[in-house]
Design a protein around this ligand. Structure first.
Ligand code: COA
Length: 152
C-alpha cells in the first residue's frame, strides 16, 4: 500500500478530527487543528496509506526544541508501524530544520505511547501530578536530548 505524508490542510481536517475523537479522552477541537495549517512555527503531518488518512502528528519549534503536540493513529490501523513512522518523520524534519532536542508530555497510564517514545530514545525525566483536568491523571515529561542522528 502506498504511503505518503501530507501537511495538514482544510481537506484533511474532517478525517483528522475523526481520528482525534476516537483516540483522545480530551480531544483537540477542529479549530485547534485548523490553527496548525500552514504554521511556520512547526509542522503538522497526516500519514495516508492507500490514499486513506491513518494517523497524524505535529510539533512546535520552541527555540531549539521540537515539542511534540499531538500524535494519533486511527484505532483500526494501530500496531502496524504507522505511529513509529509518524514520529520518525517528525524527528527527521525537526532535525533538518536545525532543532537539537525534543520533548513531549504523555499520560502516565498511556503505556503504548510511552513504549513508542522510549523505543525512539526519549527518557522520562519528570512527573507532573494531576496534570490532566479530565481525570486528574499525572503527566510524564519525556525528553530526547540529541536529534543529530535524525539529520540523515
Ligand atoms: C500511541 C499510538 C500513536 C501508537 O501508534 P501505532 O501505530 O499503534 O504504533 P506502532 O504500530 O508504530 O508501534 C510502535 C511501538 O509502540 C509501542 N506500542 C504501540 N502500541 C502498543 C500497545 N498497545 N502496547 C504496548 N506497546 C505498544 C511498541 O513499542 C511498538 O513497537 P513494536 O510494534 O515493535 O512492539 C496509538 O496507540 C494511538 O494513537 N494512541 C491513542 C492516541 C495517543 O495516545 N497518542 C499519544 C498521546 S501523548
Amino acid at each position: 500500500m502506498r504511503e505518503e505524508f501530507r501537511s495538514l490542510d482544510e481537506s484533511l481536517l474532517p478525517a483528522v478530527v475523526e481520528i482525534e475523537r476516537a483516540s483522545n479522552a480530551s480531544p483537540w477541537s477542529e479549530n485547534s487543528f485548523r490553527a496548525e495549517i500552514g504554521s511556520s512555527e512547526g509542522e503538522f503531518l497526516v500519514l495516508l496509506s492507500g490514499g486513506i488518512p491513518v494517523g497524524f502528528g505535529g510539533y512546535w519549534a520552541v527555540v531549539d526544541e521540537a515539542h511534540i503536540t499531538n500524535i494519533a493513529v486511527a484505532p483500526e490501523h494501530r500496531r502496524r508501524g504507522f505511529g513509529r513512522r509518524i514520529m520518525e518523520e517528525l524527528l527527521r524534519r525537526a532535525a533538518q530544520r536545525g532543532l537539537v532536542c525534543s520533548t513531549l508530555e504523555v499520560r502516565a497510564s498511556n503505556h503504548p505511547a510511552v513504549r513508542l517514545y522510549e523505543s525512539l530514545g526519549y527518557q522520562t525525566v519528570a512527573r507532573r501530578r494531576r496534570y490532566y483536568p479530565d481525570n486528574q491523571e499525572d503527566a510524564l515529561v519525556l525528553w530526547l536530548y540529541d536529534l543529530t542522528p535524525w539529520k540523515t
